[in-house]
Ligand binder design. Structure first.
Ligand code: HDD
Length: 756
């Protein structure tokens, strides 16, 4: 049985409206009485607080009550008060000397209200400002228990988590679908304290040493004079940096691949990037790389879709994640590890494990699943949770340790430091979303925004006044003891090791691992981004870099730029492809995929009813698209069909596949009253609705499966969609068309459409 079926029913019934007709009396739903918007005259029972909405002042991190009343948390009672708990009779009028007179300085309610508003914004994250998050649970398989003593990785352990996804370069209000790396940061509230896995959807990084981080970010962010372009790497400073710092070649290539434009956060892989060190109960150590594998498969947008979404629905990823969770279609990832022996040289098959521009092919070190992440609850307040969550690579628990990756070393400093500016002081771990679920008994005191009321008089140790508490624990009592790693005798230098010098070999492996269509997308992305650069010298330098990855890539981009393709100055790296790096060639579940059913008032509504039901049965989401909103009635089937999208509100980017419910119905209103077929037959412009044509044509261009039935060929033709083309199915009935469309969806797209 498919657990998503129920969820999809829910999404269609509650979020998007349902063919069975709206629940009675829901304001704004068709068929309901017009909503009466009246202000209640008596206080009503407020909604119960959500589980994470307890006031921050009620419990201290030590577990001691602060004396504050939970009911005093904001917006929990019937009557308005000011910040001091004093009831206010009026919050709409300033205190004035007469109704038309001057506002009085003594209006301290006005002063408090505006003062608080003036300070509502906090600085956005210097990177990863734009994000979306969700709560969930991590269930450990226990398969890592032999290599780590981490309690949350023991068999059967269940740990609450909070995961924040993000873009890197854009500001808080920027679009979700820009070409960029995505952040994938997970906070595990383990019983031994908080563990943060602060990763990305790309397994390698631009730079090898954290000292260059400000530089790469300055280069990627908008130009300092005009502050454009927003959330883009398609500009001179970015390409200037990555072509002068050729260690960035591998990460840049990933960004230019389809990985830079994920279809959804739900279809992204995640990577811890660095090599970490796991510590077993017996003290044995293993080097590991962390991977998140999405259950729905790895799936990306095509570039034009990403661009359209950035304008049509800038919240595309944020909405997708929240909708799916609200509908009960809880996204899942498996956490996996690649393991390597902890040898003194910290290399594996010749790959330096301390170089974060390297990955280890899965063919050489398979990813071993160790647990399952399920995101099952949306935040109830964006600011309190998604904005105030503070991740840090130094939040580690016993059994997980760091390595000497120089990029990681800088991160260990940066993440704490940035929170001081962003969250206004050192007490950010006390914010509800950051609070450990393990008891906290520190000797940290006071500071800005201290909400704990600490007991005791002796926050130092040893002491004799507080009974000697706190005592320290050893490793045997669950304390975090750093692994005693041997530091080789060395001279202090500002240098990178010789093994960090190969900047092209891994990039070439990635290129060679791509299928032809993925290579075409990469060539297209480089051509677009470099085409946006102004400086000729930067374009030429970029081509020089590409020549060291592959001549086909270099020639393709050079052609697009209208420049000669240079020769490499050194032999190309001799590397084997890693098929696991390609997103193609696998069949994925179709759960939660969105199928648009285009119809009209005179359409085959019984066919639409049947196909709609079949889409739900298959665990996918049907959205009925018609000329106008409201409901469609007709056919033999009972009940009105609710229209979820109109020709005005539907855009192809929302749908994974389209079904066209027969020409007559679509033609009636949608084609300006004319018959599409007639229009075509007499050679005049078909009387089609350009919005339907655009919908179909974009879906076709973007490699989406299209199914049609009962004489819809003319509409397809009017849209420039050849009926016999790959992935365009014309069948006797909607359900027959859907069966083929569902099969095609398993490959995510009809890849044959992307011909050279
Ligand atoms: Fe970073 C945020 C991931 C290198 C400095 N980083 C941040 C976030 C993610 C990453 C996912 C957003 C966390 C959230 O949702 O709140 N960063 C990475 C990865 C890196 C990396 C995978 C390389 C492997 N970062 C990196 C370096 C530095 C930083 C080398 C500095 C030397 N990163 C930061 C930061 C941020 C941050 C400035 C901004 C907001 C924050 O930390 O809390 O400290």
């Amino acid at each position: 049985p498919n657990p998503l079926k129920k969820a999809v029913h829910k999404v269609t019934e509650t979020v998007r409206g349902d063919g069975e007709g709206p629940p009675e009396g829901v304001p704004g739903r068709p068929g309901s009485e017009p909503p009466t918007v009246e202000e209640p005259t008596e206080p009503r029972e407020p909604l119960p607080p959500k589980p994470d909405q307890s006031g921050p002042a009620t419990i201290s991190p030590t577990g001691a009550p602060t004396g504050a009343d939970r009911a005093r948390a904001a917006q929990s009672g019937a009557h308005l008060t000011d910040a001091q708990g004093v009831r206010r009779p009026d919050t709409d009028h300033s205190l004035k000397a007469g109704p038309r007179g001057p506002v009085l300085l003594q209006d301290h309610h006005l002063r408090e209200k505006v003062m608080h508003f003036d300070h509502e914004r906090i600085p956005e994250r210097v990177v990863h400002a734009r994000g979306a998050a969700a709560h969930g649970v991590f269930q450990s398989y226990g398969t890592a228990a032999s290599v780590t003593k981490a309690a949350f990785l023991a068999e059967g352990a269940e740990t609450p988590v909070f995961v924040r996804f993000s873009t890197v370069l854009g500001s808080r209000g920027s679009a979700d679908t820009v070409r960029d790396t995505r952040g994938f940061a997970t906070k595990f509230y383990t019983e031994e304290g908080v563990f943060d896995l602060v990763g990305n959807n790309i397994p390698v990084f631009f730079i090898q040493d954290a000292i260059k981080f400000p530089d790469v970010i300055h280069a990627g962010k908008p130009h300092p004079d005009r502050e454009i372009p927003q959330a883009q790497s398609a500009h001179d400073t970015f390409w200037d940096f990555v072509t002068l710092h050729t260690e960035a070649t591998h990460h840049t290539l990933w960004n230019m691949s389809d990985r830079g434009i994920p279809r959804s956060y739900r279809t992204m892989e995640g990577f811890g990037v660095h090599t970490f060190r796991l510590v077993a109960a017996d003290g044995g150590t293993t080097l590991v790389k962390f991977h998140w594998k999405p259950k729905l498969g790895v799936h990306s947008l095509v570039w034009e879709e990403a661009q359209i979404a950035a304008g049509v629905d800038p919240d595309y990823h944020r909405r997708d994640l929240a909708d799916a969770i609200e509908a009960g279609a809880h996204p899942q990832w498996e956490l996996g590890i690649q393991t390597f022996p902890d040898t003194p040289d910290q290399t594996f098959e010749g790959i330096d494990l301390l170089d974060p521009t390297n990955l280890v092919p899965e063919e050489l070190a398979p990813v071993q699943p160790i647990g399952l992440l399920t995101l099952n609850r949306n935040p109830s307040n964006f600011f309190a949770e998604t904005e105030q969550v503070a991740f840090h690579v130094g939040h580690l628990v016993p059994g997980i340790d760091i390595t000497d990756d120089p990029l990681l070393a800088g991160r260990l400093f940066s993440y704490l430091d940035t929170q001081i500016t962003r969250l206004g002081g050192p007490n950010f771990p006390q914010l509800p979303i950051n609070r450990p679920h393990a008891p906290v008994n520190d000797m940290l005191r006071d500071g800005m925004h201290q909400t704990a009321v600490h007991r005791g008089v002796a926050p130092y140790r040893p002491n004799s006044l507080d009974g000697g508490c706190p005592f320290t624990a050893g490793a045997d009592m669950g304390a975090y003891v750093e692994t005693p790693v041997l530091v080789p005798e060395a001279t202090k230098v500002r240098e990178a090791p010789e093994s960090f010098a190969d900047h092209y070999g891994q990039a070439r492996r990635f290129w060679l691992s791509m299928t032809p269509v993925e290579r075409d997308h990469i060539i297209g992305a480089y051509t677009f981004e470099l085409g946006k650069c102004w400086e000729q010298a930067i374009k030429e330098r970029a081509l020089q870099v590409l020549a060291h990855i592959d001549p086909e890539l270099c020639a393709g981009v050079a052609e697009g730029l209208g420049l000669p393709a240079p020769e490499p100055t050194e032999p190309l790296a001799d590397v084997e492809p890693s098929p696991a790096l390609s997103q193609l060639g696998r069949t994925w579940p179709t759960d939660g995929r969105i199928v648009g059913i285009v119809t009209g008032p005179d359409g085959d509504l019984d066919g639409v009813r049947a196909v709609r039901e079949a889409v739900v049965e298959a665990g996918m989401v049907p959205l009925v698209v018609a000329p106008t909103g409201g409901t469609l009635e007709g056919g033999d089937g009972a009940g009105a069909l609710t229209v979820q999208r109109t020709f005005a509100t539907a855009r192809s980017i929302e749908f994974d596949a389209l079904l066209l419910a027969g020409a007559p119905g679509v033609a009636a209103d949608a084609y300006g009253g004319k018959d599409a077929k007639a229009g075509l037959a007499d050679g005049t412009t078909p009387g089609h609705d350009p919005r339907v044509s655009l919908l179909l044509h974009e879906a076709f261009r973007h490699g989406k499966a299209i199914g049609a039935w009962k004489g819809a060929e003319a509409v397809l033709e009017a849209a420039g969609v050849p009926a016999g083309a790959p992935g365009v199915v014309v069948a006797d009935s909607g359900t027959t068309a859907l069966a083929e469309v569902t099969r095609l969806l398993g490959a995510h797209r009809v890849w044959e459409r992307f011909t050279r």
